[in-house]
Design a binder for this molecule. Structure first.
Ligand code: GP9
Ligand code: MN
Length: 627
């Protein structure tokens, strides 16, 4: 084999090109926060280490196979990077294995997909084109090394990797333990090693169910006994106020609190909800937080139904739909309620058909139950106004009392609305998403107003309580710049957490005791709160949330990434803020969050154990539905 000495082997060229390209993409196309020179260096180094890891394996192959291996791995690696970038633009997050198996969702996302493509994405495939071209040339860029040379080339891989891991660990101690923070992982070890890590985690959690045993559920029980206030339901004033009434629960898509009382060019965004929250028949929790993670709407449903935390990776609705639960619909069924869900989307989206069946909903009115025409649909499908209107006849046919959950759809990313249906101007900022956000929010506000009127006309209103809840954020961190223009302030960690507040209103026709509650509460508290209002007292249940009407104020709202809010503090990204002033606490004071943080971590872990180990199968809820 004749080779010119000056020729650089293709695996080295590929390492440099691919590594550099990946660095450019991390640095300029993702929105990763780089705080110091060390982080910058790690970000630069890890793509080169990863690229070398992938390409250096080729030295063990014969020259022809080497070329084939290099061009295909470069292409596959680039596709992985590209898929993550698209996913990131939508969710400010990285792909996990469970998310990959949510194929139906990906297919339904085609409408949003085009808006997530940018012309500069071509960069991702430039090096592939070069590597492909070089690998096909007559001049030979392969290497044939003696065995010792092959071993040496491979040894360099381990050196680079070890260097990377050591630097990452110095920069972020316990990086691998705190895996829920995917951004840290990607920044420090790169997207490819992150995927390897994710695969290992996946295998580990699968094994967890097999390994789980009964003693683990006692641990959860003991923790909940120790940390729940000893408060009998009847002691709080609203116990049973909605007894025997129908419950209409509306999960309002992507609705954040900052929409309430906001204006665009002098026009109110949500006139109906603004009035509703002040109504004498409404109790509005103004400090109510969503606690969802990768499973978005389905996570919010899961939290509300089970008072358990969602998972840090994937959507529980997909990953653990067959588990044993003691969910709200099952409990309501046992108490004489008919239970149903209304949502005008494909029934399999988020694996809802499977999960709903498992947790006991009697009916699911999906897309097939509605008349969807070109006139009454756009974006994600049937528009909210038609959705509510067409649902009334089904509601009337329910046996009373009933519990019906409605999930709206129009106010969903990318928040686009036909011009003639928009009754408020577009906002004007650098973010197209935020600019549109107000128009669809206004549309959904109008749809809710009409829904209330229809409920009144059909005679359902008087015998029902109506609960409205925002499912999760609609404007991700990716739009912080535009958000800070809108709010007129910088979005730091504190503001980011505060932006996770979503509407939670309990409307009780004829109540007249309406008020605005300041208490810090979250989605995890919804299940015990609804049961309290309905006067249902479960002898045995395991819930991480608490009745929002109870007086105790030592509780916290934990987020999936380990951040939390309680009455005094907001903790996020390692900073403890004074909740009142928004100031970060310094010196010794900054330790104030530590004890709560410890409990938050413990609680998230116990909830995970319940899900991964399917631990409720070992617990007797004293309920005929449970096996
Ligand atoms: C889909 C709808 C939206 O059916 O609930 O889901 P999301 O993308 O918000 O999780
Ligand atoms: Mn949603």
């Amino acid at each position: 084999m004749q080779r010119k000495h000056l020729r650089m082997p293709l695996f080295v060229i590929a390492t440099l090109l691919f590594g550099l390209k990946t660095y450019i993409v991390y640095r300029f196309m993702f929105d990763l926060s780089i705080e110091n020179a060390m982080q910058e260096f790690i970000l630069f180094m890890n793509p080169i280490a990863s690229a070398y890891l992938i390409f250096a394996i080729s030295v063990w192959l014969n020259p022809k196979r080497q070329m084939k291996y290099l061009r295909w791995t470069a292409l596959i690696g680039s596709l992985v990077l590209f898929a993550n970038l698209i996913f990131y633009r939508n969710f400010t997050d990285f792909i996990t294995i469970p998310v990959l198996f949510q194929g139906n969702n990906a297919a339904d996302l085609t409408g949003s997909f085009l808006t997530l493509l940018h012309w500069e994405d071509i960069i991702i495939f430039l090096d592939v084109a070069i590597i492909w071209y070089l690998s096909k040339q007559k001049f030979d860029l392969s290497v044939s090394l003696p065995r010792s040379g092959k071993i040496a080339a491979t040894a360099v891989t381990f050196l680079l990797l070890a260097g990377n891991v050591v630097l990452a660990e110095v920069e972020r101690p316990m990086l691998f333990v705190r895996a829920f923070d995917r951004e840290y992982l990607v920044k420090n070890i790169g997207i490819y090693n992150y995927h390897l890590y994710d695969m290992t985690m996946q295998t580990k959690t699968r094994a967890q169910r097999v390994m789980a045993d009964e003693s683990e559920i006692s641990e959860v029980e003991t923790y909940l006994d120790e940390h729940s206030p000893d408060l009998k339901g009847e002691e709080a004033d609203l116990f049973g106020i909605a007894e025997d009434k129908n419950v209409i629960f509306v999960s309002v898509e992507s609705f954040q609190n900052f929409l309430l009382d906001s204006e665009v060019n002098g026009t109110e965004t949500t006139p109906f909800l603004n009035d509703l929250k002040e109504s004498k028949d409404t109790i509005w929790f103004e400090n109510f937080y969503h606690q969802t993670a990768q499973g978005k709407t389905s996570d919010s449903e899961f939290i509300v139904e089970n008072s358990l935390y969602p998972l840090g990776r994937g959507a529980v609705y997909f990953t653990h739909a067959q588990n044993e639960y003691n969910a709200l619909p099952e409990i309501l069924n046992n108490n004489g309620y008919q239970t149903s869900v209304f949502h005008a989307n494909n029934k399999t989206f988020w694996n809802r058909d499977v999960m709903y069946d498992n947790i006991g909903y009697d009916q699911f009115y999906g897309e097939q139950s509605f008349q969807v025409t070109p006139e009454n649909s756009f974006g994600w499908g049937l528009e909210d106004k038609a959705f509510f209107e067409q649902s009334i006849k089904y509601l009337q046919s329910q046996d009373k009392p009933f519990y019906s959950k409605f999930i709206t759809l129009t106010h969903h990313f990318p928040f686009e609305l036909p011009e003639e249906k928009a009754n408020i101007d577009l906002y004007d900022s650098g973010s197209n998403t935020l600019n549109h956000y107000f128009q669809t929010a206004r549309y959904t506000d109008e749809a809710l107003e009409k829904f209330f009127e229809q409920l009144k006309q059909s005679g359902i209103y008087e015998d029902s309580i109506i609960v409205l809840m925002g499912d999760h954020y609609g404007i991700s961190e990716y739009h912080n710049k535009a958000m800070s223009q809108f709010l007129g302030k910088e979005i730091d960690g504190y503001e980011h957490v505060q932006l996770q507040r979503v509407p939670f209103m309990v409307h009780i026709p004829g109540y007249e005791g309406g008020e605005i509650k300041e208490k810090v509460v979250g989605q995890i508290d919804v299940k015990p709160t609804l049961l309290h209002l309905l006067g249902i007292e479960e002898e045995k249940d395991l819930t991480f949330g608490e009745n929002m009407f109870a007086d105790q104020e030592d509780d916290f709202v934990a987020f999936r990434n380990g951040s939390f809010v309680n009455e005094e503090y907001i903790y996020t990204d390692g900073v403890c803020y004074d909740r009142e002033t928004g100031d970060p606490l310094e010196g010794e004071q900054s330790e104030a969050c530590a004890p709560v943080k410890k409990q938050v971590d413990q609680e998230l872990k116990l909830s995970d154990n319940v899900i991964y180990g399917d631990l409720f199968r070992f617990y007797d809820f004293g309920n005929s539905n449970n096996k």
